[in-house]
Each structure stands twice: as structure tokens, then as C-alpha cells.
Design a protein around this ligand. Structure first.
Ligand SMILES: C[S@@+](CC[C@H](N)C(=O)[O-])C[C@H]1O[C@@H](n2cnc3c(N)ncnc32)[C@H](O)[C@@H]1O
Length: 276
């Protein structure tokens, strides 16, 4: 199916997503809608088609549905597919304009079979596929003329990224309970400064509570997702820009993580080719 990395080296994203569903509430779904509106511009996706590549929990498919789009969601991980189906069952059980299935972005034939979409959304996915550059290539033809490609890709931090790649691989190879110290290590690396800063403001958990305001995700689930997230590839913003520029895409929006840990977000447009 195009998932060439062996399963023992692959993080079980779906298991993490199933836990996330337990804490999902209306506030988080609303925040997810805002994040899509913010990057794509405009208040609605009415009449648009939306391809959610690597739908994970299904939260952003649901957000796109609520903004009016016709949605096709797929994920390589069958537990992620089950999560997306569970979200549909909970919120939009009768909706026939939301298709969900298992598939891989590395499978070029499968991707072609889906046709073209007004929005192709692949947030935090292509760098976990096991062959990021092929995945970046495979999503390009799925974007309709005048359509948008919204992706996020891990920032290349040089040595720090290589260290994380080692930790992530180790985490996936360890029997489950032994991974917990690496989760705590990640919590400390990513949050200790913030906790201390917030402590001085008199609210040590302030940012932790605020975290979900960005994309509606839970901070602890994102920590597990981060330390486990393997395969893991990275790119500098300019490499992604050049890659799509050569394929005729125009960069519309860019949100970097300011050289730090995490993802750079890009919205590219495939220009309409006029006949004259
Ligand atoms: C970090 S999660 C992101 C999920 C979702 N897009 C979001 O923004 O919350 C990455 C997802 O990509 C999926 N994935 C990894 N390789 C894939 C592939 N080859 N094809 C489709 N999905 C893949 C994983 O199973 C996982 O659900």
C-alpha cells in the first residue's frame, strides 16, 4: 500500500488519536475550524472539495465539513481511520458528503484515483510517511487549478533534528512501558522553560491550558505524538518553497516555527492556466 517503513519502526498514531477522542469537545472542534479559516482565508468552504491526507483523529475533516466542504479523508493507519469514522458517527452520521477510507499518500495510483480537490490538506503527515519527498510529489497533482495545498512539515534544525530522530526511533523500538521516560524527557525539553516563565506570572499551568487554543489539540497527546512520531523527516522552508515553485505552485501563506522545534506551515496555490 505504499508504507515501505516496517511497522516496528512506525508510530501507532491511531492509538494516540483514540485517546485524544476521549477529551475532544466542541471547543476543540471550533478551534480546529478557526485554524483552517485562518490559513486558507475566508469564512466558508461551501461548495469546495477537501482532501484530508492522513486525517489522524479526523478533527480537521470534521472542521472542513462544518465549514461546508465535501470531504474525503484517508489515513495509512487503520486505527486513525477508525477514529475519523468515530468522529463522523458522533457528529455527522448521516452525511454522505464525507468519505473515509484507508490509503497511503505514497501510493501514486491511489492518489490519482481520488481525482482533484479544491483544498488538499496534509498537516503533519508527509514527513511521517517514510518518503517525504515522494509524498510531497504525490499530493501535487491532487490540487485542482485555482486550488490550495495546505501542508505542514517539520523544520530542519540540523543536529537537534538528528538527535530527535534517534530518540523517536528508540521510543518506537522500546516495549511500551519503557517509552514513558522518553515521554517525560520530551515534556521537560519542551515545557520546562514555559512552566518556569508561567510560575513567575503566578500561573505555572497557564500556557498548558492555553495550548489547545492554537489547533484544538491536547498538549500531552501532542507530546506523545512528537516523541513517537516516526518515520521522521525534515526540511528547511526554502526547500519546500523551491520544490513547489518548480512545479508551478505559488506560495500564498507561510507560518514558520521561527527556527525552533515543530512544523513550518505552507499554503500554496495551483494557478489557473488560461487558454489565451
Ligand atoms: C501527526 S498525525 C497528523 C494527523 C492530522 N493531519 C492532524 O493534523 O491532526 C500524522 C498522520 O499521518 C498518517 N500517515 C503516516 N503515513 C501516512 C501515509 N503514507 N499515508 C497516509 N497517512 C499517513 C499517520 O497515520 C497519522 O495519522
Amino acid at each position: 500500500m505504499g508504507g515501505e517503513v516496517s511497522d516496528k519502526d512506525r508510530f501507532a498514531f491511531g492509538r494516540n488519536w483514540q485517546r485524544f477522542l476521549e477529551v475532544l469537545d466542541d471547543n476543540r472542534t471550533r478551534i480546529a475550524e478557526e485554524s483552517i479559516k485562518d490559513m486558507l482565508g475566508g469564512d466558508t468552504l461551501a461548495g469546495r472539495t477537501f482532501l484530508d491526507v492522513g486525517s489522524g483523529s479526523g478533527l480537521f475533516s470534521l472542521a472542513a465539513k462544518r465549514l461546508g466542504a465535501r470531504v474525503h479523508s484517508f489515513d495509512y493507519d487503520s486505527q486513525s481511520v477508525a477514529c475519523t469514522r468515530e468522529l463522523k458517527r458522533r457528529y455527522l452520521p448521516e452525511d454522505i458528503e464525507w468519505q473515509i477510507e484507508r490509503g497511503s499518500v505514497l501510493d501514486a495510483e491511489y492518489m490519482r484515483s481520488l481525482g482533484r480537490f479544491d483544498v488538499v490538506y496534509a498537516w503533519g503527515v508527509l514527513h511521517h510517511s517514510g518518503d517525504m519527498w515522494r509524498a510531497l510529489d504525490n499530493v501535487a497533482p491532487s490540487v485542482a487549478e485555482g486550488g490550495k495545498l495546505f501542508i505542514s512539515i517539520y523544520n530542519d534544525q540540523g543536529r537537534a533534528s538528528r538527535r530527535w530522530a534517534f530518540i523517536k526511533r528508540l521510543y518506537n523500538r522500546l516495549p511500551r512501558p519503557f517509552g514513558f521516560p522518553l515521554e517525560v524527557y520530551t515534556l521537560i525539553r519542551q515545557w520546562s522553560l514555559t512552566f518556569v516563565r508561567d510560575l513567575f506570572k503566578g500561573d505555572p499551568l497557564g500556557s498548558w491550558r492555553e495550548y489547545r487554543r492554537d489547533r484544538g489539540m491536547s498538549p500531552w497527546r501532542d507530546i506523545v505524538d512528537w516523541v513517537g512520531g516516526y518515520p521522521f523527516e525534515i526540511a528547511k522552508p526554502e526547500e519546500i518553497f523551491e520544490f513547489y515553485h518548480r512545479r508551478g505552485f505559488v506560495l500564498e501563506r507561510l507560518k514558520t516555527c521561527a527556527g525552533g522545534i515543530g512544523c513550518n506551515e505552507f499554503v500554496f496555490i495551483r494557478p489557473v492556466i488560461s487558454d489565451d
